[in-house]
Design a protein. Sequence first.
Length: 490
Amino acid sequence: MSAPRLSGVADITGPVSLPGYEPSQHGVGIVHLGIGAFHRAHQALMTDAAIAADGGDWRIVGVSLRSTEIAEALNPQNGLYTLIERGEEGTTARLVASVSRVIAADPAATLEALCDAAIRIVTLTVTEKGYGIDRLTRLPDLAHPAVAADLANPETPVGVLGLLTAAIARRRAEGAMPFTVLSCDNLPENGALLRDGVVGFARRIDAGLADWIAANIAFPSSMVDRITPASTAETIAEAERQTGRQDLAAVESEPFIQWVVEDHFPSGRPLWEAGGAIFVDDVVPYERMKLTMLNGSHSMLAYSGFLAGHRYVRDVMADPAISALVQRHLTAAISVLPPLPNIDLVHYAAALLARFRNPAIAHETFQIAMDGTQKLPQRIFQPAVLALQADRDIRPFAFATAMWMRYCLGETDTGVTYALRDPREAEIRSVLTAGSRTASTISDALHRLPRFFPPELVASSKWRRIVETILESTLKKSVVDSLVLEAALR
């Protein structure tokens, strides 16, 4: 029989660490769009530490834009949840109290929350595809369903750009303090990109409002890093062992956590330093390091590992061939990065390898592989262009691209089929069905996807030749055999 449901700090009977404050004594100051597992293991945790250290009305109103699942898990628990950290040295747990409540799939209620004068910061983890911004033009993507709907009905927005623009407009009219908008997604210069998207959206409705947003709303950039696997039945079971209560919102993560933030918060901010956040004048170099090294190698090992039959990252790293290729990828990534103050890139690479090998973390390759068309441009293609221009080794980036292309076929060597879980999945399947499935035709079709590959790569015969050679090996031999051959070349 399950234990009673978690609902208050006083319920706790287990060894979990408790919040260093009384939640009811602190009001809200943040709305977070996209309250998934990552946010609860990262920004919400640091906000919890900030309130414990420095007080303040900084609790969070979470928003799940499409699903009711998180709200159904958190609201009956008064926002409380267990964060479990699993490392090689053991497992620890902490009860987090920074979330006040969750709004679920309710655009009108979300807009009301954003317009609350008490809200001083809006944070976001909506994934790359959730913004509705064309990364090449840095303007709203008019083909994005939410963008199109919100431009047609700006008073009743449902998407990120529409909600932010409508809230800013109403707060301006009511004389409320402008909030700061902080993106926490893996996008290059995420703050500047979101600023351009919001200003571009507003300009299609009201040019004066667009100019006011550009002059008055802060959009600092940030770089986030913490491996957060999807919760499992074992996560819930461990939370019950730690708390003595049933916790349906429990999450788990690795011990490592990093948050580098541009320090520009005109309306104030929590003391996130208490949770380990680093504030800097320019996030871009740190962001580029993380996207190129961690995220790039993560995508590469996810596609190759999944196709080789490995469910978890830790299993991939136990495969000698793929492990060697991950090390090769990190070496290539370092070669295109500038020196970074106070960061040793070789040591950072070694730390990444150790994190990937962590036997306590069950991070699924299939989870990492989703949304490839949103991730590869900044993780793989951008460093590939830099390597090509500098006449450095492009093969590691071409290998990652070829493995993504092989993944796009939607079937393993053993005949297991799967969904790509990509916003452009229908388009990908259409172009691949239209022609024969040779390496050259697959490569050509995917290189022709609009607004995806940089023109420098599309036009490079050297790049195309390497990609197609690797892809052909996976088609004529097998993925496993191709990985062994590729590792022998490093």
